[in-house]
Design a protein around this ligand. Structure first.
Ligand code: ATP
Ligand code: FE
Length: 345
């Protein structure tokens, strides 16, 4: 089927058209310029930008795919979790298109979009283990079906991408922090600053990353106090120490998550942090003989192709939504959590 996907839950407005697993078009309009002066995403600014851009993104996606709205079989839209103003902008637009054309509407959980992406890019059968590791999320999910997820654990505080970005800020490296910290770390000595690996001795696969930035700040200040400044060399060593700690935490907890779900067909990763080569290599090693699946970066970060694909999987199960589809700021994926009253994303 030909599915239009719409995404507006964070700071990217996106639309895409898929025919089966083939991505005919994928448009992503970022907002980082708008939020840069404030040092973080401002919900009101995001909502207004989504409302302004979503129609244009959809038009561009249809034109890019060379199809008209009349040819589309279904409209999939992110219905949460996320910044509610942005989610609403996408949901209301999708509802209007559905009402005007009579095409079925499919509400998609943004996290389900990320979690199903390995099936869009590779032949991965259920169940598989997914590590979603991005700027806003870090969790292990066993993906049992298009609408069946079991959360095995995750961060109890910051997401690793956030920690990479803060590390860059502390060391006066440009944003986004991830790629710049990785570049600096490449020539660094990871053994010079050994940062803590919290919760590593604790059972289960919960993780903590917030203590890392405090430790990094202290290590940096000790260097500065010692010689009145910080050299390129110090910066590289600090980045290498930080990256090694994050890598160790993710690798060890992945090992535990895999032990918790025997019988999975693959170990997959998604999210911007999965772009990190060191982390990728460590996770691939943990996978051992199990297939390791890491989608290309453009599909790991926020996009609408994953929403269209998740919508297509729901359509195949005959699951569509009516015009009463709610937009949800919180919407945990886990089966065992109530869909509407969940306690977090
Ligand atoms: P979410 O999608 O969870 O709402 P987000 O949009 O911030 O959050 P992504 O777009 O998936 O997340 O990823 C962006 C994050 O990935 C940033 O924090 C960035 O620093 C990090 N990142 C990108 N490349 C790398 C890299 N090479 N190494 C480490 N981190 C990276
Ligand atoms: Fe996301």
């Amino acid at each position: 089927p030909l599915v239009l996907g719409v995404e507006s839950s964070c700071d990217d407005t996106a639309a895409a058209v898929l025919r089966g697993r083939s991505i005919l078009s994928s448009v992503v309009e970022g907002q980082s310029d708008l939020h840069a002066p404030y040092g973080g995403v401002v919900p009101e600014i995001a909502a207004r930008a989504h409302a302004e851009k979503v129609d244009l993104c959809i038009e561009a996606a249809l034109a890019g795919a060379g199809v008209t709205l009349a040819e589309i079989d279904a409209i999939a839209v992110t219905a949460g979790p996320g910044l509610i103003g942005g989610v609403l902008a996408g949901v209301m637009t999708a509802k209007a298109l559905s009402a005007a054309t009579g095409k079925p509407l499919i509400g998609v959980n943004h996290l389900a979009g990320h979690a199903l992406t390995p099936r869009l890019t590779d032949d991965v059968a259920f169940p598989y283990l997914l590590l979603l590791v991005s700027g806003g999320h870090c969790q292990f999910l066993r993906v049992d079906g298009p609408d069946r997820f079991v959360r095995l654990g995750g961060t109890i505080d910051d997401a690793p991408g956030e920690a990479f970005d803060k590390t860059a800020r502390l060391l006066a490296l440009p944003q986004p922090g991830g790629p710049n910290v990785e570049r600096a770390a490449a020539s660094g000595d990871a053994a010079r600053f050994v940062l803590p690996r919290p919760l590593l001795d604790r059972a289960g696969c919960d993780m903590s990353f917030s203590g890392l930035k405090t430790a990094l700040l202290r290590a940096r200040d000790t260097v500065i106090a010692g010689k009145g400044g910080i050299t390129e060399r110090d910066r590289s060593d600090l980045c290498a120490g930080f990256q090694a700690a994050v890598t160790d935490i993710l690798a060890e907890k992945s090992r535990r998550a895999l032990a918790l779900c025997p019988g999975v067909t693959a170990f997959a990763v998604a999210g911007g942090v999965a772009a990190n080569r060191r982390i990728r290599a460590a996770l691939e090693e943990v996978a051992g003989t199990l297939p390791f699946v890491a989608p290309p970066l453009a599909l790991c970060t926020d996009n609408a192709a994953m929403i269209a694909y998740a919508g297509a999987e729901r359509l195949k199960l005959g699951q569509t939504d009516g015009l009463e589809l709610p937009a949800r700021p919180r919407w945990p994926l886990d089966d065992s959590a109530p869909a509407l009253l969940g306690s977090g994303r």
